[in-house]
Design a protein around this ligand. Structure first.
Ligand code: TPP
Length: 950
């Protein structure tokens, strides 16, 4: 386009000589940054034809108008009126515009961001006058200011440079020119330019800032003196976080927000708990003294969550600090999930009533991959939360690792945020007013654009990584500097005294007041609501202390089930369904009528549909869940005509609960973390994450280890999340066979989770219903099938759904017909059952019973005993699995099997029939896979695999 436009401009009879040069450079500036040139010129270039339309003439009147304007602008009293001089002036004018643009692009690199002054302020060539062919000799020349000098059309170059330095290179470094949206960029630019990045705050605002800094410093000092050497991951050096958080809460409240969910790591957490959330200092001191009473296995004090209500200028606001493990950053998606659940609960589609705030460490933010995943989720349909305020508590060191050479390759620790074009405000933590200003701007940006924004609070760490560490051992120069560096509070108090804002003794009085409150063990968060509005909480009491093995009635009258089934297959006429999908829906109609056996996909959808009918929300996410990786679900159909999608389960009845089904981005870790956050916030819903293949869940292992399996025992936080993990040895190679059952079983203890391997459509139907109809909220890990989705024998009837329930153990009905014939009992889980049945039939074996254990944890010993007790002539008991011996359920289940078998037949061993131990989950060659299968079936059923069947 550029060449074409230039040509067009040149050919215009009105543009010649110096004028053309001026317009050309103006146009170049426009291409670089449309906001860097005066509005009229931007509009003009915006309206220029594209290269294809370049032959079309620009109306002469338009060009004339602009040159009339230009003429007015250039005829300065100090400019001589002959052509040469005015051309030179015009050139300079353009250079000034380019200089302004350069400051916006790169001013942050020169800004004074480091309170310690250790980071050398960079020499940024683009900001030198000479780079733009300007010099100090031009200082007193007056130029047009374009969109920079808001409210002032022209200024001397000296004024312009002074203002640029103040706006872009002082204690705030703003990165926003990477944002593609002109509207957003202009918004930020105007905010910064209008007050030169430094608004004049009223004395009471300044005093409040100092009071909050006093709180931050006061708590750490108090803890240091009362509990010297105790680990608390103090905030010292980053005290500005407290006024920042305080402002975020107040400003969010002012916008009408009702809830805030905060995620943060160890650093400064105690200060936030006490000074922002209003945790009673006395109970914190009890924890330091080991007096606190914990339930379950508990957790350290700087991982504990908390919630409270505080009063803001816009009303009461409920705040939750998420429980988090030591694994840095993994709490981020959990916070997002919790926020989304709250927004959904409120029906807050504008996402302005619940706001996520996440505090990061600089090393963790730059290093942990889940940060990128969480950003990538931030605007997707399934996971959007309307923008997160990210605060990086950038103390310039990670444990002992220095920031530049080792901690990262990026320029800033915040660079990852640019991938979603978030604005990034770097701010010097020793300038509390600048901190306040960027905080206000960040919250305003979030509420205006509903997108993520980052504040990089550049500060330092006064002590070691924790209070027992000696930091000078690894960062000698930095700590030499820190030792002599006054605290942020002291610097600001001095500034306010000099400004005359503080009267004599006021500073001391503030400190004394805070300390005496602490000593009295009183609340120090002034806006805490002592009698909170309980309507803002969800009542979890119905789910607490429930027996996880309690029975559950999941039956439903057949007629009602048929009625619901019919609705799930209704597709409006206008939606033209693809041929295979139409066949699936047609088959479902037949299944509803009882004309066809019911398959897995339909049973699963009926579980959702019946729950919706019972008023229960269902949410299902994961990669390709709409169709289903194995094409069995087709819960979302796509019209072949218009391409739009239609979800029958969203059209079951007027005012039905939400049925959310979203294909996820290609992430496991952040997505599973998000769903954990959602499920721990919303008890009365079926929340499901499905892995594409079960083995991919290991990308989310941290979420599984740190939250799903241990969260309840560490933090007493219930979670009813369901994970569907496709699992089964189909000869597809080492990947995609195993969802690593052994890992989940190894993590099972204290009734923390449920591990199930359903093998029939009726079983998955009842299992999913049981998960939410029982008042038990425990994570459910389902090892779901692949080939069984279409297996001729893995079928059920509508009656099985209507009348049955989930059975932890499936008895062998055929064998029970004549139990005395049975001398061999094979116990198994999952798909291998069908292979065992086929082999038993092929070999004509009538002495073998095959019992399926469909729930492996909590292990159903009583039901297993009941299933095999009738086989009084049992001589062999065998566990059969398709997984290798070191994997699958064998080792973690053996003690239960032995206990049951020996209870019936004292001294009897339990044999193993399965693949030999293996480093990889499965064989890479299908011939080997088949040979192993034949062998394990023979071992289980007790025949010689080398002899042909009868
Ligand atoms: C995933 C993970 N890896 C390693 C650690 C160990 N660790 C704890 S704090 C820390 C340094 C964090 O540095 P930074 O993010 O800058 O936060 P800071 O402690 O400086 O506030 C490390 C490596 C951890 N907690 N989590």
């Amino acid at each position: 386009m550029q060449q074409g436009v230039m040509e067009l401009l040149r050919r215009s009879s009105h543009i010649s000589g110096g004028n053309a040069a001026y317009v050309e450079s103006m146009y170049e500036s426009y291409l670089l940054d449309p906001n860097s040139i005066p509005d009229e010129w931007r509009d003009y270039f915006d309206r220029l034809p594209t290269v294809e339309a370049v032959q079309i003439d620009i109306p002469h009147s338009t060009v004339q108008e602009h040159f009339a304007l230009l003429g007015r602008q250039k005829r300065r009293p100090d400019a001589a009126q002959h052509d040469g001089v005015s051309t030179e002036y015009e050139r300079k004018q353009v250079r000034v515009v380019q200089l302004i643009s350069a400051y916006r692009q790169r001013g942050h690199q020169k800004a004074m961001l480091d309170p310690l002054g250790l980071a050398e302020r960079e020499h940024v060539p683009d900001l030198a006058l000479s780079f733009h062919q300007l010099s100090e000799a031009d200082f007193d020349t007056t130029f047009q200011t374009g969109s920079f000098y808001i409210g002032k059309e022209e200024a001397t170059l000296r004024e312009i440079v002074d203002s640029l330095e103040r706006t872009y290179c002082h204690t705030i470094g703003s990165e926003f020119m990477h944002i593609v949206s002109t509207e957003e960029r202009t918004w930020i630019q105007r905010r910064l330019d209008s007050v030169r990045s430094a608004p004049a705050y009223e004395p009471d605002v300044k005093k409040h800032l100092l009071e909050r800094l006093t709180a931050a410093e006061g708590l750490e000092q108090y803890l240091a003196s009362r509990f010297p050497g105790a680990k608390r991951f103090g905030l010292e050096g980053g005290e500005s976080l407290i006024p920042m958080m305080d402002e975020l809460v107040q400003r969010a409240g002012g916008y009408g927000a009702k809830e805030l969910v905060v995620g943060m790591a160890h650093r400064g957490r105690l200060a936030v708990l006490v000074n922002i959330f209003g945790k009673n200092p006395a109970s914190l001191f009890d924890e330091f003294e080991g007096k606190a009473i914990y339930q379950g296995s508990g957790d350290v004090k700087y991982h504990q969550g908390f919630s409270s209500n505080v009063m803001t200028r816009g009303g009461e606001i409920h705040m939750a600090l998420a429980f988090n493990p030591s694994h840095l950053e993994i709490v981020s998606p959990v916070v997002e999930g919790s926020v989304r659940a709250r927004q959904d609960r409120r029906g807050n589609v504008d996402r302005d009533q619940v706001v996520p705030i996440i505090v990061h460490g600089d090393a963790a933010f730059a290093g942990q991959g889940v940060v990128m995943e969480t950003f990538q989720m931030s605007q997707t349909r399934a996971y959007v939360t309307g923008g997160t305020i990210h605060i990086v508590l950038n103390n310039q060191v990670g444990f002992t690792t220095s920031r530049r050479e080792d901690a990262r390759s990026t320029e800033y620790c915040t660079d990852v945020a640019k991938m979603v074009q978030a604005p990034i405000f770097h701010v010097n933590g020793d300038d509390p007013e600048a901190v306040l200003y960027v905080t206000q701007m960040a919250m305003d940006y979030r509420q205006e654009f509903r997108k993520d924004v980052v504040i990089d609070l550049v500060c330092y760490r006064r002590r070691g990584h924790n209070e027992a560490d000696e930091p000078a051992a690894t960062q000698p120069l930095m700590y030499n500097k820190i030792r002599n560096h006054p605290t942020t509070r002291a610097i600001y108090a001095q500034r306010l005294t000099e400004e005359g804002v503080l009267a004599d003794g006021e500073d001391r009085a503030m400190q004394d007041e805070y300390r005496s409150l602490l000593e009295a063990g009183k609340h120090v968060a002034k806006s805490l609501v002592t009698e909170p509005n309980t309507a803002m909480y969800v009542d979890w009491t119905p789910y607490i202390g429930q027996n996880p093995s309690q029975a559950c009635d999941t039956t439903m009258p057949l007629s009602k089930l048929r009625e619901i089934g019919a609705k799930t297959t209704e597709i409006p006429e206008g939606v033209v369904v693809q041929r295979q999908v139409a066949k699936i829906y047609e088959d479902r109609r037949k299944m509803t009528a009882g004309a066809m056996p019911l398959n897995w996909g339909y049973a699963e959808l009926l579980a959702y549909a019946t729950l919706l009918d019972a008023g229960i929300q269902v949410r299902l996410t994961g990669q390709d869940v709409g169709r289903g990786t194995f094409s069995h679900r087709h819960a979302v159909v796509h019209s072949q005509k218009e391409g739009e999608s239609y979800v029958p389960l969203q059209h079951m009845a007027e005012g039905q609960p939400k049925f959310d089904i979203y294909d996820s981005l290609l992430s496991e870790m952040a997505v599973l973390g998000f769903e954990y956050g959602y499920a721990t916030t919303q008890p009365n819903a079926l929340i499901i994450w499905e892995a594409q293949f079960g083995d991919f869940a290991n990308n989310a292992q941290v979420v599984i280890d740190q939250f799903i399996t241990s969260g309840e025992l560490k933090w007493q936080r219930l979670c009813g999340l369901t994970m569907l993990l496709p699992h089964g040895y189909e000869g597809q190679g080492p990947e995609h066979s195993s969802a690593r059952l052994e890992r989940f079983l190894q993590m099972s203890a204290e009734e923390n989770i449920q591990v199930c391997v359903p093998t029939t459509p009726a079983q998955i139907y009842h299992l999913l219903r049981r998960q939410v109809l029982r008042p038990v909220r425990k994570p459910l890990i389902v090892f779901s099938p692949k080939s069984l989705l279409r297996h001729k024998d893995a079928i059920s009837t509508l009656e099985d759904l209507s009348l049955g329930s989930f059975r932890n153990v499936l008895f062998d009905k055929d064998a029970l017909a004549d139990p005395e014939k049975i001398d061999r009992v094979v116990m198994c889980s999952g798909k291998v059952f069908y292979e065992l049945c086929d082999a038993r039939a092929q070999h004509g074996l009538d002495n073998v019973a095959i019992v399926r254990i469909e729930q492996l944890y909590p292990f159903p010993e009583d039901e297993l005993r009941e299933a095999i007790a009738p086989f009084v002539n049992m001589k062999n008991a065998v566990w059969c699995q398709e997984e290798p011996q070191n994997q699958g359920a064998w080792y973690s289940t053996l003690h239960h099997l032995k206990h049951v078998v020996r209870g019936l037949k004292p001294g009897m061993a339990v044999g193993y029939a399965g693949r030999p131990a293996s480093a990889a989950p499965a064989a890479g060659y299908s011939a080997l896979h088949n040979a192993q299968l034949e062998q394990l079936l023979g071992d289980a059923l007790g025949y010689d695999v080398h002899r042909a069947p009868n």
